[in-house]
Design a protein around this ligand. Structure first.
Ligand code: ADP
Ligand code: ZN
Length: 723
């Protein structure tokens, strides 16, 4: 009798080990099983089948059953889960769960079946007095088969009569919910440009596993990805195509639909649980061979992967913010290595870390420096908003932007107005001169904390008094100039009463198809102006957009984050890239209180190289990533005293590491996290900046040891924000 090694589906380190069970021949690795455990039963995952067990025979128990006909997890999933559990120091059960959609684990969603009817060929000997039965037979003769519910509705009781006579048989069959309903695409085959062809060939021929496709906006990166994917499909392999969630625009969907039909499974947050379940099953069974989706699609259960593409690789959504805190790139690298396939990262504005690795030769660097058909990049004009304030124009629109907007509308073109809201409200800026309060030690913007009425640095914890007047110019207009999308729309309506305006931000995009609907409407030119936040920046392709206005370009520049320069460059480039994508040339108006800012200048000139040289020099000088790793150990819990006790114990252990390896630490301290309480949980942290990666493992090990019922301890590497 064989034995199997089981990981129980309980995410606790006490039970995070292999348990041996006896099982039957039908059990295979990757199956979910129900097993006796302690005094109860639980579900678990079969990791391995073996002929013998070291557990004494009288102690070994037998698995109760499995509901999987085929293993739910592939061999690759099992192997990757082990690697991830090790890398991020989480229980195996948590790592394994990444590979199963919630719908699978909870069993709340089931397969859907439908019953189809067809003629058996038996002579029904129908009487002419049963016209409905005659009609039904005629219908099936013509159509072959039909859904039973449909037949019952159309022909009433005739169906049951014929089933009874044996003239018709019914067959229950599995059907898949189709999330694409209503998305029809026209297939537009494009001949690759020479630059695109070279890019495809380089990916295929390079010795390097990872390629960075650095192509300006509108350079045709998508076509390169799709060609690469089509080629591996033709070889009988599968593909993973990752896009930031929002990039699943209607255009992208119809393009994928037209090109790959039902071979593509699209996993996005707009799907119902049932649809997601079915898409996942189609991938597992191999009827779908391309998995397309946001971050979590990297865990798709396809086998024999031929290529992995991560589009907009710089996007923040590729890092998970809940345990395990994986990055999509890490998982993709593991999968590429496992399958021996290429991993393609694409972006117009690669992250500084990625670009550095490409320049060092670790990744193959492939460039697409021009737009398709050599269309010009839109002209960017920088507008000094301090001057507008001095001229007595308090509105969100400069005179120049108003003129250009009027022109754009009169030509019947479309415009996008972009507002940068993230994190801004907490930063203090002088509206007269553009001064922003920064930390003396870290050179990042300070964040205002109202409960303590002071400014704080999120990187070193330093506190500063709020200046009564601007230290640069003496001006009294210090404050937060945040303008919401709502206010912009109101102002626009007054200025252009005729214009049709759409608004897109977190408030208008909730619900199943929130942003889809707005983008679809705008794409169909049912509106003239689209006003929005970060969401409008992503890879949309609207041919009639000839004007983009960036209302407050510097807001993210002063976000309290060492990456704020990089984020701003990316945002400005991405938003600007929405303009002038078709025949008519585009324009961009960039409004700022800091018109001489180097980052904005590089963005306006589309000078990525210049930006990169500037940014990497700053990182090297200030010792920020990639020259150091910022590590935060968070300790959170509802009871403050208990949380503090755990913090103390964690801190003491970490301090030992620190004292033994001071040379690897640039910074080591414990403190309140900048936001002391979130959702009733007290938050304490030990913040570190490390030069070597060596001690990181020890830090993880310390945190993995901390097991408490009501206090959570976890590690974050280069967290997206430090609040
Ligand atoms: P990117 O992803 O680099 O921003 P896209 O892939 O959206 O660029 O391509 C920009 C535009 O050029 C799209 O409208 C696309 O349909 C078009 N395009 C791409 N490749 C070709 C080609 N080889 N021939 C003609 N048009 C193309
Ligand atoms: Zn500081």
């Amino acid at each position: 009798m064989p034995f199997c090694e089981v990981i129980v589906d309980i995410a606790h380190s006490d039970v995070d080990k292999i348990f041996d069970y006896a099982c039957g021949e039908e059990i295979a690795a990757g199956m979910r099983v129900v097993v006796p455990f302690g005094n109860g039963v639980t579900t678990g995952f079969v990791m391995r089948i073996k002929g013998e067990s070291d557990v004494p025979p009288q102690k070994i128990r037998r698995i109760l059953r499995t509901d999987d006909g085929e293993p739910a997890l592939t061999a690759e999933s099992l192997s990757l889960a082990s690697a991830l559990a090790e890398r991020y120091r989480v229980p195996m059960a948590l790592a394994l769960r990444l590979f199963l959609p919630a719908e699978m684990r909870t069993g709340k969603v089931a397969e859907r079946h439908r019953t189809f009817c067809r003629l058996t060929g038996e002579d029904p000997r129908l009487s002419p007095r049963a016209p409905q039965q005659l009609a039904l037979v005629a219908f099936l003769e013509e159509n072959g088969e039909a859904d039973s519910a449909f037949l019952r509705e159309k022909f009433g009781g005739a169906l049951d009569a014929l089933l009874k006579k044996g003239a018709v048989v019914a067959e229950k069959r599995r059907i898949f919910r189709d999330p694409y309903r209503g998305v029809e695409g026209e297939r537009t085959e494009k001949t690759l440009t020479p630059a695109q062809r070279t890019a495809v060939e380089t990916v295929v021929s390079t010795e390097k596993q990872v390629c960075l496709l650095h192509g300006v906006t509108g350079s045709g990166k998508t076509e390169v990805y799709l060609t690469l994917i089509a080629d591996v499909l033709a070889e009988g392999k599968t593909a993973l195509f990752l896009v930031p969630e929002i990039s699943l625009t209607p255009q992208m969907l119809s393009q994928l639909r037209a090109r790959f039909g039902s071979k593509a499974a699209i996993l996005h947050s707009g799907l119902s649980a049932g649809e997601r379940f079915d898409e996942w099953m189609r991938l597992r069974e191999g009827t779908a061979r391309i998995a397309i989706g946001a971050r979590s699609a990297i865990f798709a259960p396809v086998e024999n992967v031929g290529i992995i593409v991560i589009d907009e690789e710089h996007d923040g959504s590729y890092s998970s913010e809940s345990s395990p805190r994986y990055t999509t790139f890490d998982v993709a690298s593991l999968r590429a290595a496992y399958n021996g396939c290429k991993l393609v990262l694409g972006s117009a504005t690669p992250s500084v870390e990625t670009y550095q690795r490409a320049k060092k030769g670790e990744f193959e660097l492939i460039r697409l420096p021009e737009r398709i058909n050599a269309r010009p990049m839109p002209e960017v004009s920088i507008v000094d908003m301090r001057r507008e304030v001095r001229r007595g124009n308090p509105s969100a629109f400069s005179a120049s932007l108003r003129d250009k907007l009027a022109q754009c509308l009169s030509k019947g073109n479309q415009a996008i107005l972009f507002l940068n809201r993230r994190g801004y409200s907490q930063t203090v800026i002088c509206r007269d001169c553009g001064y922003v309060a920064k930390c003396e030690h870290c050179d990042v913007a300070l964040t205002y904390h109202s409960e303590e009425d002071c400014l704080k640095c999120h990187y070193c914890g330093a506190r500063y008094r709020l200046p009564p007047a601007c230290p640069e110019c003496g001006g009294k207009h210090l404050g937060y100039v945040g303008t919401g999308t709502q206010r912009v729309v109101t102002e626009l309506k007054k200025l252009y009463p005729e214009a049709r305006i759409l608004r897109m931000d977190v408030d208008t995009t909730s619900g199943k198809e929130g942003h889809f609907k707005i983008l679809k409407q705008f794409s169909a030119h049912e509106a003239d102006i689209l006003v929005g936040t970060q969401m409008v920046a992503k890879g949309h392709d609207f041919p009639s957009v000839t004007l983009v206005g960036i209302l407050d370009a510097d807001m993210s520049l002063h976000f309290a984050d060492y990456r704020s320069g990089e984020r701003t460059f990316q945002l400005v480039t991405q938003v600007a890239g929405r303009s002038g994508r078709a025949q008519e040339p585009g324009e961009v108006v960039l409004q700022t209180y800091d018109p001489d800012n180097a980052i904005l200048r590089f963005a306006a000139d589309y000078d990525y190289e210049g930006f990169y040289a500037h940014e990497i020099a700053m990182r090297a000088a200030m010792l920020f990533p990639p020259y150091a790793t910022i590590v935060r150990v968070m300790v959170t819990g509802e009871d403050e005293k208990e949380t503090l006790e755990v913090l103390r114990s964690v801190y003491e252990k970490l301090q030992k590491i620190y004292l033994a390896h001071t040379e690897q630490f640039l910074f080591f301290n414990r403190m309140h996290s900048p936001i002391k309480r979130i959702q009733n949980k007290f938050r304490y942290q030990v913040l570190m900046r490390l030069t070597g990666g060596g001690v990181l493992k020890e830090v993880y090990a310390v945190c993995a040891e901390e097991k408490h019922k009501s206090v959570l301890v976890y590690v974050e590497e280069n967290p997206a924000n430090l609040s």
